[in-house]
Ligand binder design. Structure first.
Ligand SMILES: [Zn+2]
Length: 612
């Protein structure tokens, strides 16, 4: 049957093909896999890389494929470097003031729009050359599939909210970690690989491509840029005043409806307006703030069809690269100045310096929102208010939280010192590429430290038991740690992290316990909050009576606590423990954060400083 069909096919097609032998080869078919399927499907990992390799083979000078690590399931992680003249050496590119743009796709591997748009963009930069100008000054790095293991957990039921493609990957990687919560704690092998890639290239601009969850509205392309008080002011101004208006105008001109990344204050009532929150360092773009680099979150709207989304993603990347090529020298200079400012600020301890650790919304402004008409009714299914969207356009001014202001600031030290035994914490900082020095001898000194009273959330989050609140205030957006001056001991080999380095903000956020993604917050130090020696009740009964007899002030304090704190009054253990805590037997190390804040490096036994 097969042979018979082939003969018929040859009878019809072979003769004309033979007759055309001497005519020029027809233009090869460079449609991407998604385009060939008319955007019904997205290519698997192998098919994606086959297309990339085909482009690289046809444009070997402009395209270089590198691996940058392995996933948990041992897949290669790829980055595709695209350069007009074959210069791929990061040092040479930095010296030539050519901006390096890193575009990351499929961190959430059910959200494939960026990958398929980047395949088209790659082709148009180096094969059709319709977008060759996007390489005039910039060098583009494309991660086609960051979460490669999640990408191959392929199926039609991975994104319940999303309108196509037919099948897609899964949100998390093979250990069920969400890579877009892992940038600072760096638990996943993919994150470790990313950090190596980041430090090798040190890009000038970062893009993370996603697809939304959340409400229904008219915009198909949405995006977010960080311009808050934790961002270098020149970079914030350029993103807000130059980049954003250009993207809005240029993506609109390309026939798409672009808007800001939409997050409602009340998901069940869009008229209450849009919220703004701190882009924390656990997120890709939040991490870029610590690296002094602008980053753009791209979120295509989940309910738009796949073709609209992929082409919308293409247009915002095209617009971005147009601005970056136009402002190439300026962008590189701003990044360098931001690094220089960080290094200068880290050269000495400045009392009263206000490094913003936690941010909170600062006021609202009206925003003209392009949504869809909706109705709200009581649901007999959920028993709560149900929102139902029509596709009838609805426009209205709604309040929008317009900016952020610091909620908690700290004065960074000159350096941090981490006792040698906290190897996991030191290891994370090394993975971020921070410069560490090791002490050459045991060292004890009065240093600034913290005593903390955290509370934990009841369920694991991202494989950890994180801190959610201060045990005392019950709120997270406050300090759960009190600064103290204490004599701490540091064995030889303890890690000293001076802050006069370009990525100092990474160290500050990881080591200041009140940082939203600090090592304390993520549970790296959970063991310091555990009581490890216990007193028998009858022993404490006797001790308490002796202490009360000797110390009338302590008696008063005990009675006042019983009067003012009903939970304490009702807990026999807490009442007995009160005396244990006030006795010399109590563990003085408990609740004491063991990382020291050094105001200078004087006296610290380091090879480079010679103890000066
Ligand atoms: Zn996502």
């Amino acid at each position: 049957m097969k042979n018979a069909l082939s003969l018929i096919a040859c009878f019809i097609f072979c003769i004309p093909a033979f007759a055309q032998k001497n005519t020029p080869t027809p233009t090869a078919d460079w449609r991407t896999p998604a385009e060939i399927s008319d955007y019904l499907t997205t290519p698997r990992y192998d098919e994606t890389m086959a297309y990339v390799r085909r482009v690289a083979a046809a444009a070997p000078k402009q395209v270089k494929i590198e691996t940058f690590g392995k996933t948990g399931e041992d897949r290669d992680l790829y980055v595709v470097a695209v350069s007009k003249d074959g210069v791929f050496d990061p040092t040479a590119l930095h010296q030539a003031n050519r901006p390096i743009v890193l575009i990351q796709n499929a961190i959430h591997a059910g959200e494939m729009d960026g990958k398929d748009s980047c395949l088209a963009l790659l082709r148009d930069m180096v094969i059709t050359k319709s977008k060759a100008a996007l390489l005039d000054h910039a060098v583009v790095l494309i991660i086609p599939i960051y979460n490669a293991d999640g990408h191959e957990r392929y199926g039609p039921y991975n994104r319940i909210n999303q309108n196509g493609p037919e099948q897609m990957g899964w949100r998390t990687q093979a250990q069920n970690l969400n890579l877009n919560r892992d940038y600072l704690k760096a638990d996943a092998p993919e994150t470790r690989a990313f950090l190596k890639l980041w430090n090798r290239w040190l890009p000038d601009f970062f893009v993370d491509d996603h697809v939304t969850d959340g409400a229904d509205y008219q915009y198909d392309v949405t995006y977010a840029l960080d311009t808050g008080p934790d961002v270098d002011p020149a970079l914030a101004a350029w993103q807000r005043d130059v980049l954003a208006p250009y993207l809005d105008q240029s993506v609109t001109a390309a026939g798409h409806k672009i808007g800001p990344y939409i997050s409602f204050i009340d998901e069940a009532d869009p008229s209450k307006g849009l919220s703004a929150t701190q882009d924390m360092p656990r997120f890709s773009t939040g991490y870029m703030i610590l690296q002094n680099r602008p980053g753009m979150l791209v979120e295509l709207h989940m309910l738009k069809d796949y073709k609209t989304r992929v082409t919308g993603n293409y247009e915002i990347l095209r617009g971005l690269l147009e601005v970056i090529n136009r402002d190439a020298g300026k962008l590189v200079a701003m990044n360098r100045a931001a690094d220089a400012a960080t290094i200068a600020a880290g050269k000495q301890f400045v009392p009263g310096a206000a490094f913003p650790l936690q941010l909170t919304p600062s006021g609202t402004e009206p925003f003209h929102f392009h949504g869809y008409k909706y109705t709200r009714s009581l649901s007999e299914i959920s028993g709560a208010i149900r929102i139902e969207y029509s596709h009838e356009p609805w426009e209205q001014d709604v309040p929008r939280q317009s900016g952020l202001k610091p909620a908690l600031t700290i004065a960074p030290p000159r350096a941090y010192i981490i006792p040698a035994q906290w190897t996991q914490v030191i290891n994370v900082l090394e993975a971020h590429g921070l410069r560490l020095e090791r002490t050459t001898a045991p060292w004890s000194a009065e240093v600034e430290a913290y005593r903390c009273t955290p509370a934990w959330q009841p369920r694991p989050f991202e494989g950890r038991i994180p801190v959610t609140a201060s045990a005392e205030s019950g709120a997270r957006e406050k300090s759960m740690c009190e600064p103290v001056q204490e004599k701490l001991s540091f064995p030889a080999g303890s890690a000293v992290i001076p802050l006069d380095q370009r990525a100092a903000k990474v160290a500050i956020h990881f080591l200041e316990p009140d940082g939203p993604d600090s090592a304390v917050s993520w549970g790296f130090f959970n063991s310091i909050f555990e009581q490890k020696e216990y007193a028998e009740g009858y022993v404490l009964e006797k001790l308490a009576r002796e202490m009360i007899a000797k110390d009338p002030k302590l008696k008063q304090e005990f009675e006042a606590k019983i009067a003012s704190d009903p939970r304490f009054a009702a807990s026999p253990d807490a009442r007995l423990n009160f005396f244990y805590q006030h006795s010399p037997w109590w563990d003085q190390y408990k609740d004491r954060y063991p990382v020291g804040r050094l105001k200078s490096l004087e006296g610290v036994p380091l090879e480079t400083t010679n103890g000066k």
